[in-house]
Ligand binder design. Structure first.
Ligand SMILES: [Zn+2]
Ligand SMILES: [Zn+2]
Length: 309
């Protein structure tokens, strides 16, 4: 019999996480409202969200494009100003999510463990504190990335201190505390909401969805069903109308030679394995709901999950 994982939270170690929220919520009563402050918060939200999506996710977790070692380090530093730990930690947990999507053992499945766990609690639980280096051997060979994984708070503290010296308490409050709180929850929606709300274009073995609103606030990550279907693609919006700001930025970086070998889905992959195809074949037979083997995505195209939904 499978033992239930230990979902207890480490409230003491999680104190800085709650403190940042408390300062973000209470600070406005002390400093007063500021439209330019909100602009600073949203500007740093956008830049750091690119770090989350373009670096943590599409580069370090999925290696969907290539870059040089110095720019790889810059990407890691940018991503880690989002205060989401080291790139090795992030990539290891994310790769585990794809291997077990929406099955028991998934790092943050809303279907298995509910909204609270998938949105935020999984980060605060001791069972997820450590980095599984076996899952990120390709990244762990770089000593600078291992160092950053160990001292993950350095880039975030550097940003906070820099803001303080550039613009005092005002800049620290809006640029770090407010911006970081928004950025955290913007990022977390991908785990908690994109496996529930939206449409499903492709047959995948999980409940991933495509959602325009989440694609807007996460610079393109809302096309989550596309992503679970074909993970190695740099673009997650597969069609021109699927807004994917992260990909536009990466494309621009490729024009100046900072990144290269951006991978996009071949047309035959993009146009096959549609949910509608599966429904059309399954309907006339009135058989138990099952995806015909011929319509099941090739293993290389989907997560390694074996629990069809
Ligand atoms: Zn992914
Ligand atoms: Zn997912």
């Amino acid at each position: 019999m499978q033992t239930k994982p230990d979902h207890r939270l480490d409230w003491v170690r999680s104190a800085p996480f709650f403190l940042v929220h408390a300062v973000a919520l209470a600070g406005v009563f002390w400093l007063g409202w500021s439209w330019s402050g909100l602009l600073l918060a949203l500007g740093l939200y956008a830049v750091r969200m690119f770090g989350v999506t373009g670096a943590y996710h599409r580069y370090f977790s999925h290696r969907s494009y290539k870059t040089s070692r110095p720019f790889q380090l810059l990407l890691a530093l940018l991503a880690m100003t989002s205060v989401q730990k080291g790139v090795l930690w992030w990539a290891a947990h994310h790769r585990h999510h794809h291997r077990t999507s929406d099955q028991p053992g998934d790092t943050h499945s809303v279907l298995q463990d509910g909204f609270w766990w998938s949105h935020v609690a999984w980060i605060l639980a001791p069972m997820n504190h450590d980095t599984d280096f076996d899952k990120v051997k390709d990244l762990a060979k770089f000593p600078e990335l291992r160092w950053l994984d160990r001292y993950y708070y350095v880039p975030a503290i550097a940003l906070a201190v820099g803001l303080y010296f550039a613009g005092g308490i005002w800049a620290l409050y809006w640029g770090f505390f407010v911006s970081t709180t928004l950025l955290w929850h913007g990022t977390f929606t991908i785990n908690s909401l994109t496996h529930v709300f939206g449409s499903k274009r492709y047959v995948t073995s999980d409940n991933s969805r495509n959602n325009l609103w989440l694609a807007i606030i996460t610079l393109g990550e809302g096309w989550h069903n596309n992503h679970h279907y074909y993970q190695r693609s740099t673009n997650q919006g597969f069609f021109w109308w699927e807004v994917d700001v992260t990909f536009y930025v990466l494309k621009a970086l490729s024009w100046v030679g900072l990144v290269w070998d951006l991978h996009t889905p071949p047309p035959h992959v993009r146009d096959s394995n549609r949910v509608t195809d599966a429904a059309a074949v399954a309907a006339p037979a009135a058989a138990p709901v099952a995806v015909p083997a011929s319509l099941t995505p090739a293993p290389s195209l989907v997560s390694l999950s074996s629990n069809p939904r």
